[in-house]
Design a binder for this molecule. Structure first.
Ligand code: ANZ
Ligand code: ZN
Length: 841
């Protein structure tokens, strides 16, 4: 360290404010004070129609469970909070709202476990989690808080359902549903994991048929796919959505069978000459026709019975053996009139495509397995593979395909489809994997579906003026063994006069699924207290779309897709602007336990954020959540990591409290500072929270060895860039170094609408000076009419660029003075040496 030869510096004391009594860092002592003051002064209020440009930042709202907020919530909420704070400092009108996704199974299961009504536990849990969120200094605008179980809120969830019904996008049908015997409820396909267990409780699910409400999300499949092009989603999110929608282009082909025809969907019509059989799904309607049933061997009925018990995943698993039975029927290949045996096989799915496939063993892996097992022919029709060994699924030249031989497989796809289309034996078609969304649950804790069944009028919507249909209070809300909702037990509630004829009618007792309330909550934030509409259109026009939406990867195919669908529907009604709700979607990685495993009570590796906060303070906790690793990556929790963040903050505190300053910060330190300002600013924009924090830590290391310190204005700059991450500490230090009359002394900060900008969080984001960051510098002479007026240290690279030097020279104070009121006739430039402005007089 080079303290010896340093020149004598005149040190001066900064005017310390009133709170300067305590000199050491005790985070617990400053947190409540600032939290209350910020709240009282409504520092984080989003202002409708404000003339500042807007930013709408959104984090997925949590369900208020008994466990309260965990470190996974913290990772998302604190990082996006840092960004919200930076945007405010940059002069944006920021909407960063919060609320509670409080209906649904988690709340109900918690209530069942504790024996307390979900209405009561939900209120308690919300109060507890809210206290946590406030402690964490999350800069939410609490005036816009929403709660999906509030009748003023779910009135509009019900209203959206009625609009969907009105437009033919909600319907009732008998559908095979996944039944969870433990939760006693039906589940959506998405709630069942790959091994057939319920995602929430881990129980093995069963399949049954039940009348359910469904939403026709499939009507929006193509638009949901196309519009992924106009949004900025993390690639892995976009790809998951594309796969989930699962668009396939191909052909529907008819195989005549006596006076009927079996239709199949194929993506490879070019392989039609290689078809050796047809396989029907066990659910295929042909198998239910009495005259066909009569002719089929007994094994078929046995097989159908057995496959009914299997889950879809079991049936389609590529690694499982493909099974089937011959039905005794034959169909004709429409292209070459060859007789093809018709089989039943449960690897064919009833609901997808036509529920039937043509078997092309040479060019499809599943069919290859099937043919090997049942000794079917393997007919090669596309060259390029080694079909003795395995199926060849690639492209090539057509062989053994009559008049189509010699064509490329790609060209043949088109030619064969055209040939079939001309003879009405087939047509081009598009299929989607996406399925309609099962929208009813047989549970108590959900939005009642606003429908009445009348003996005379049938299915009747509850009129809009009678919304909301309120969820009645119940003593016993356990699910019933029959699978009916417990609401069916409340006679007074169920029996109702028909809204149309006044006659006897019954209410729908099913409630909406977990995802209903979260479909549109981001719209309510724009106008949370509106009593007449779900949100005022002008406010929506001002705030929407959401500029950045962060949430878990587990919501990519459920909530994210559902809410995009509902938004498009509302756009079609003309009640929301644009086509997409979220301009940008990002996803944070899961926080693992210190043992690198998923946190769970049974493993005993759950980190309780309250304890971390108690031990190290909120700022260290927040800083660590950002610092732990790249935002989108899964990261294991580390106590040493938090400790390190705490030590860093303590050092910032000590260095600031060192109370020494000088007129000018030394150039080395200044350069490091400006580099840090640049890096932190850019990293925040790019959601690289961890490297932003690392850059500030690095800066502290430079500062530590340079005992001469920063001058006051440079110190302030550093505190300003740290403020979004460590709001309490920086506020305290800001007030201490500036004293009480601080706000009035800074008059030029007109970007905030607040009268007095006393808080560090109301100050403008600091700018870095690119000249300071320049690596090597050259001293250049700035002349006006041949007289040297200024000497500038200019970055080595820039010193050779005429335009750049000109700009810098013109910006310098002295040159400006000499050039004032004159016209520059000529500029002489000698790279790295001088620039001379020749003027008219
Ligand atoms: C014949 C064929 C030949 C096929 C070939 C592929 C390769 P996507 O849409 O990409 O998933 N298929 C059609 N309907 C099915 C159903 N209900 N259950 C199971 N499989 C079904 O794949 C479409 C392909 O999956 C279709 O193209 C069909 O097999 C099969 F060399 O038809 B293919
Ligand atoms: Zn009626």
């Amino acid at each position: 360290m080079k303290t010896k030869d340093q020149p004598q510096i005149i040190e001066k004391k900064w005017p310390l404010g009133k709170t300067s009594g305590k000199q050491s860092y005790h985070p617990g002592e400053i947190e409540i004070k600032w939290q209350e003051k910020w709240e009282k002064e409504k520092l984080y209020r989003a202002v409708d129609f404000d003339k500042r440009p807007k930013k709408y930042l959104l984090v997925e709202f949590p369900y208020p469970s008994g466990e309260r907020l965990h470190v996974g919530h913290g990772r998302s909420f604190t990082a996006i909070d840092a960004l919200a704070r930076k945007y405010r400092m940059m002069g944006f009108n920021v909407l960063y709202p919060f609320g509670w996704d409080a209906f649904g199974l988690p709340a109900e299961n918690y209530a069942i476990k504790t024996g307390i009504n979900p209405a009561v536990t939900t209120t308690q849990n919300i109060a507890n989690s809210k206290k946590q969120a406030k402690t964490w200094a999350l800069s939410f605008d609490w005036e816009r808080e929403v709660n999906t179980t509030d009748p003023d809120y779910y009135k509009w969830t019900q209203w959206i359902f009625l609009k969907l019904l009105e437009k033919g996008l909600a319907y009732r049908a008998d559908v095979p549903v996944n039944w969870c015997p433990s939760c006693k409820t039906n589940l959506a396909q998405e709630e069942v994991l790959a091994d057939g267990t319920h995602e929430r409780c881990g129980c093995q699910t069963e399949r049954r048929m039940q009348k359910q409400w469904l939403l026709k999300i499939t009507a929006y499949a193509q638009r949901l796919l196309d519009d992924l092009k106009i949004v900025n989603y993390l690639p892995r999110i976009r790809i998951q959505q594309e796969n989930w929608i699962g668009r396939s282009e191909g052909a529907k082909i008819k195989f005549p069978i006596s006076n009927l025809a079996i239709e199949v969907f194929t993506t490879r019509p070019d392989t039609l000459f290689g078809a050796v059989a047809l396989v029907l799904a066990p659910e295929h309607p042909l198998l239910k026709m009495p005259e066909i049933k009569k002719k089929m061997p007994k094994e078929v009925a046995v097989y159908l019975e057995r496959s009914q018990k299997k889950s879809e995943l079991e049936r389609t698993d590529l690694s499982k053996e493909k099974t089937g039975v011959f039905t005794g029927l034959y169909a004709l290949n429409p292209l070459n009139k060859e007789k093809l045996p018709v089989w039943v096989g449960d690897y064919v799915i009833g609901w997808y495509g036509e529920g039937a496939v043509m078997v092309v063993p040479a060019h499809d892996r599943r069919d290859y397995q099937f043919a090997k097992k049942y000794h079917l022919k393997i007919k090669e029709v596309v060259s390029g593979g080694e079909i003795q060994k395995e199926a060849y699924e690639g492209e090539g030249k057509l062989i053994n395909s009559g008049e189509f031989s010699g064509l490329s497989s790609l060209a043949a796809r088109k030619k064969i489809t055209d040939w079939l289309t001309k003879r009405q034996l087939g047509e081009r078609t598009v299929q989607y994997k996406l399925r309609d969304w099962v929208f009813s649950r047989q549970h108590y804790w959900g939005e009642p579906i606003p429908i009445v069944y009348c003996q005379k009028c049938g299915t009747v919507s509850v009129p809009e003026k009678d919304l909301p249909v309120k969820l009645p209070y119940m003593e016993k809300y356990q699910p019933t063994e029959t699978g009916e909702s417990p609401l069916a037990n409340i006679k007074e509630w169920v029996e109702v006069a028909c809204p149309e004829c006044g006659g006897p009618a019954r209410r729908e007792t099913d409630t909406m699924p977990n995802w209903a309330g979260s479909n549109w909550y981001f719209l309510r934030y724009c106008d949370a207290k509106n009593q007449k509409k779900f949100a005022d259109r002008q406010k929506l026009d001002y705030w929407m779309p959401v500029d950045l939406y962060n949430g878990g990867m587990e919501h990519t195919t459920l909530h994210l897709l559902y809410s995009r669908f509902i938004y498009k529907f509302l756009a079609d009604l003309g009640v929301v602007p644009g086509q997409e709700p979220y301009a940008r979607r990002h996803s944070h990685g899961v926080v693992l336990g210190p043992d690198n495993q998923k946190m769970s009570k049974s493993k005993g590796n759950v980190i309780n954020p309250d304890e971390i906060v108690k031990a190290y303070g909120v700022d260290a906790y927040r800083l660590y959540e950002s610092f732990m690793g790249p935002f989108e990556q899964m990261i294991a929790w580390s106590d040493e990591g938090v400790e390190g963040c705490y030590r860093f903050l303590k050092r910032v505190w000590q260095l600031t409290m060192g109370k020494t300053s000088r007129e000018k910060t030394n150039p080395e330190l200044l350069k490091a500072l400006h580099k840090t300002i640049k890096k932190v600013g850019e990293d925040l924009e790019n959601l690289k929270f961890n490297t932003a924090v690392a850059a500030m830590m690095e800066f502290i290391n430079v500062w530590q060895v340079d005992l001469r310190g920063l001058n006051k204005s440079d110190l302030e700059k550093f505190l300003l860039i740290l403020a979004p991450f460590a709001p309490y500490l920086t506020e305290e230090l800001w007030q201490r170094i500036n004293g009480q009359n601080h706000a009035r002394s800074r008059v030029n900060l007109s970007i905030f609408s607040h009268e007095e900008r006393w808080s560090i969080h109301q100050q403008p984001w600091p700018k870095y000076d690119p000249r300071v960051i320049q690596e090597k510098t050259v001293t250049m002479l700035i002349e006006v009419n041949g007289t040297v007026r200024e000497k500038l240290d200019i970055g080595y690279q820039i010193s050779g660029v005429r335009k750049e030097v000109e700009k810098l020279a013109e910006a310098s104070e002295k040159t400006t003075k000499y050039l004032a009121g004159k016209k520059v006739k000529q500029v002489v430039f000698i790279p790295g040496k001088l620039i001379n402005f020749v003027t008219n007089c």
